[in-house]
Design a binder for this molecule. Structure first.
Ligand code: GLN
Length: 284
């Protein structure tokens, strides 16, 4: 009787292990904490005949055969943001146009901005498209495509703030909010020191801190800044800007085939006016 119970317990355990393994095989990686909601609107390129097991094989220059996986941080309006559960915006549309040119199906993965380069280098995404600025330091870790847009770092303050221009920041002790790992974060920390700079995971959190009075200003990219000021009363952008930059797609170092393909696609999309049209749709 005792042995019978043991046998039953063993059998049950085996059944559970098999059941678990069967469910687990298709699941997203553990770090993809928002699961399927993050799957973006995909381009209209057909999946072809490569579904099922073929997914596991590595295509010539993308992580998953037939797919182009974009890593981004979807809290960066108008470049990438949620409309319902879809990620839309300039970068999302440019990525869809690139994917279409390459005959690949676009998938968008949303993550913290400072995880994008790691994800691309680790091979969990093919490229990052996130209003990402080309910098010398990042070029040591990752390759960049040709630039497809310009960015400007600006300063957001509360209306009536004593901070009237960027120069006022050098003289004072004001607390500065930034988005973690962005150029705003890197430059402000260099210029004003660690103690004066607080990094938030999203621009939104930095803006909330500014509204609450925890910090005196937020340094962030111009277009998201405009959206924040539009959506929150009592804020303004200083007339003087903090830094001018170029946005580009980041691609794993040495993946020359993908880099060349993306560069060629961007070139064509610039030449035929597609990128201008996408930008004009979001930036009036
Ligand atoms: N352009 C900035 C950077 O590259 C911020 C980009 C972002 O927050 N998505 O660091």
């Amino acid at each position: 009787m005792k042995n019978m119970k043991k046998l039953m317990a063993l059998l049950l355990a085996l059944v559970m292990i098999f059941a678990f393994a069967a469910c687990g095989s298709d699941e997203a990686p553990a770090d993809d904490n928002k699961g399927d909601e993050n799957k973006a609107p995909v381009s209209d390129v057909a999946d072809g005949d490569n579904n099922s097991a073929a997914d596991k094989e590595t295509a010539d220059f993308t992580v998953k055969e037939g797919k182009l996986i974009m890593a981004t941080n979807a809290y960066f309006q108008p470049y990438e943001y949620y409309e319902g559960d879809k990620i839309v915006g300039i970068d999302a549309e440019i990525a869809a146009a690139i994917a279409k040119k390459l005959g690949l199906e676009l998938e968008i993965q949303d993550m913290a901005f400072d995880s994008i380069i790691t994800a691309v280098n680790a091979g969990s995404a093919d490229f990052g498209l996130a209003g990402m600025t080309v910098t010398e330091d990042r070029l040591k870790e990752i390759d960049f495509s040709i630039s497809y847009a310009n960015g400007v770092q600006v300063v957001i303050v509360k209306e009536g703030s004593a901070i009237k221009s960027v120069d006022d920041l050098s003289a004072g002790k004001q607390k500065i909010g930034v988005q973690l790992g962005t150029t705003g974060d890197i430059y402000a920390t260099d210029d004003f020191g660690d103690d004066r700079v607080t990094s938030y995971t999203t621009g939104n959190e930095a803006i909330n801190a500014l509204l609450k009075g925890d910090i005196d200003c937020v340094i962030i990219d111009n277009e998201p800044a405009k959206a924040f000021v539009k959506n929150n009363k009592g804020l303004k952008i200083l007339d003087t800007s903090y830094a001018d930059e170029d946005y580009a797609a980041c691609i794993k170092k040495g993946n020359k085939e993908l880099l060349d393909a993306v560069n060629e696609a961007i070139d064509e999309l610039v030449a035929d006016g597609t990128i201008d049209a996408i930008v004009a749709k979001y930036i009036k």
